[in-house]
Ligand binder design. Structure first.
Ligand code: FAD
Length: 508
């Protein structure tokens, strides 16, 4: 039995949301303990290092319309936050489609006959739209026509989500589709001339973004360092197991840290762990309807196969979308094009091959060696690199990469939200923490709001990204929310850091 001081605020998860929340709470005078089950910070936005080669879990652009968040990133990294050009292409049916699209290149790829069919089916979708848009497929067909849906949307989307487009909620399409790039550009090019005079233009595509010199993990390690310098605890290899509550407040938490299981009283908890796991950790258990709702939440897993290739220049893109059904991979990142310092030797290249899968499925269970061999073969099929130029490789698996927007997920989340609102000292934030398809900036904003709520503020983190109009080049609700937050921070004085009390704790 060891004694540990009562925890003032426990933050579960050291991804962008957890670290931002901890940082906000520290700046407002609270004492924070962050639990991170992994052995490094950053969550999905970490940077992995293998033999001096750095790679992301997917490429992580730093982009936000919110000045306050951009400023925070700059304060953290200064000149190490680089501005990088964006270049990406799409591989489909044996052709590379330039991005942004060049008309002749696109026409060559699609062929005249297909281009005419695309326009015809678009016109038909305007005349006879699907009356009730329930699914991704309905939403896309109504806006782009069935032909374009079949050519460019269906294969890639089904690779990412592993389910038919008829089972993916329309809301996901509304929220994210413009960031998937080709269709915006294709339709912009194809239909621009038919657009009514005075109607809003398709939102501009982002041509540059910010990126830390040594990858996104560098940002989150800087957050970790600030927290530790401020006297806060960031416990790595620490997994939250149990939240004990009395129906009104969380009273104590149990976590495993290395070989020890620790139970300790808490004043407040901010969770960024997956919502389903949070519900499973409640003790006494949540009512059956809530547990049933949590069990309905699904996640899409993600495997990065990083291949080291003994060739200096393979392609100039940051990434290539691979819509082509001839290979299993969905996207390829070229990390030295994100930042030259991601590779230790300029004569080599590190490509990140991205496979979307389900935890436990055949792909997930393949050995690292087999995945590396698969990646080698697929690179050759795509004509990007000869298999014998691949000298080494590493594999990283992430079980909770994408919260799935199935057709019934909103109903399930509503049931869970309702139940969690009964625990007044518990807040949730972040991507899986709220089952929202958030980028880093949204995850950070929800975390700042959840932290404010623990400090006595009344904000609604669920508003972030809640409207259907979020796109990379638009600002949606976020700017207003951050302005609210800034105002709140100005009117609420910093409270002095409370001294931790030394209640006895159980250690089991
Ligand atoms: C392939 C891909 C590409 C992306 N590209 C971009 C991009 O270009 N730009 C962008 O802004 N965003 C991007 N994102 C989104 C971005 O990664 C997320 O918005 C962000 O990482 C979410 O932060 P978070 O803290 O909410 O969650 P996470 O990053 O998932 O962090 C949660 C943390 O909680 C920890 N945890 C979970 N359970 C427990 C437990 N029981 N106990 C202790 N710790 C626990 C996890 O280990 C993890 O470290 C991308 C995501 C993916 C998957």
């Amino acid at each position: 039995m060891s004694e540990r001081p009562r925890i003032d605020v426990l933050v579960i998860g050291a991804g962008p949301a957890g670290l931002t929340a901890a940082h906000t709470l520290m700046r407002r005078g609270r004492r924070v303990t962050v639990l991170e089950m992994d052995d490094q910070v950053g969550g999905l936005a970490r940077t992995v290092t293998y033999k001096g080669f750095r790679f992301d879990i997917g490429g992580h652009r730093f982009f936000t319309r919110v000045a306050a968040l951009r400023q925070m990133w700059h304060d953290m990294l200064g000149p190490d936050l680089l501005t990088r050009p964006r270049l990406s292409r799409i591989f489909y049916n044996g052709h590379y489609f330039s991005y942004p699209l060049r008309p002749l290149n696109a026409l060559r790829g699609l062929g005249i006959v297909n281009a005419v069919r695309v326009v015809g089916s678009y016109a038909w979708s305007r005349v006879r739209p699907i009356p009730h848009e329930a699914s991704f497929e309905d939403w896309v067909c109504n806006r782009f026509g069935r032909r374009l849906f079949e050519v460019f949307f269906k294969t890639y989307t089904e690779k990412v989500w592993g389910m038919p487009c008829t089972e993916i909620g329309a809301q996901w399409a509304a929220q994210r589709i413009q960031s998937l790039s080709l269709w915006t550009a294709v339709t912009d090019m194809l239909f621009k001339r038919f657009r009514r005079k005075g109607s809003a233009p398709v939102k501009s595509l982002i041509e540059e973004f910010e990126y830390p010199r040594f990858g996104p993990g560098m940002m989150w390690e800087a957050f970790q360092q600030r927290l530790e310098e401020g006297g806060q605890d960031v416990l790595l290899g620490a997994t939250l197991c149990d939240l004990s509550h009395d129906g009104h407040r969380v009273q104590e938490v149990t976590y495993r840290h290395r070989d020890e299981t620790v139970t300790v009283p808490v004043d407040a908890v901010l969770s960024t762990m997956p919502l389903r796991a949070l519900i499973e950790s409640l003790s006494p258990p949540a009512p059956e309807a809530v547990r049933h709702a949590a069990a309905r939440l699904q996640y899409r897993a993600f495997i990065t196969v990083a291949l080291i290739i003994d060739v200096a220049d393979i392609f100039a893109d940051n990434w290539i979308y691979v819509h082509d059904p001839s290979v299993k991979l969905g996207r390829i990142q070229n990390f030295k094009n994100w930042s030259p310092e991601m590779v230790p030797d300029a004569g080599k290249t590190c490509l990140g091959l991205e496979y979307f899968c389900a935890e436990g499925d055949a792909l997930w269970q393949m050995s690292d060696d087999d995945l590396i061999a698969l990646g080698r073969r697929e690179l050759e099929v795509l004509g990007l690199a000869r298999a014998d130029t691949v000298s080494d490789g590493a594999v990283v698996r992430m079980p909770h990469a994408y919260p799935v927007y199935s057709t019934d997920y909103e109903e399930a989340v509503a049931v869970i939200r309702d139940h969690l609102s009964t625990l007044v000292n518990l807040q949730v934030a972040g991507r899986n923490g709220m089952h929202k398809y958030n980028n880093q900036d949204h995850s950070m904003a929800t975390a700042m709001m959840a932290a404010e709520n623990l400090l006595g503020g009344i904000t609604d983190p669920w508003r972030i990204n809640a409207d259907d109009q979020y796109h990379e080049a638009g600002s949606g609700d976020l700017r207003h929310v951050i302005a609210d937050l800034d105002a709140l921070a100005r009117t609420q004085p910093l409270v002095p850091m409370p001294l931790p009390t030394s209640d006895a704790t159980r250690s089991c």
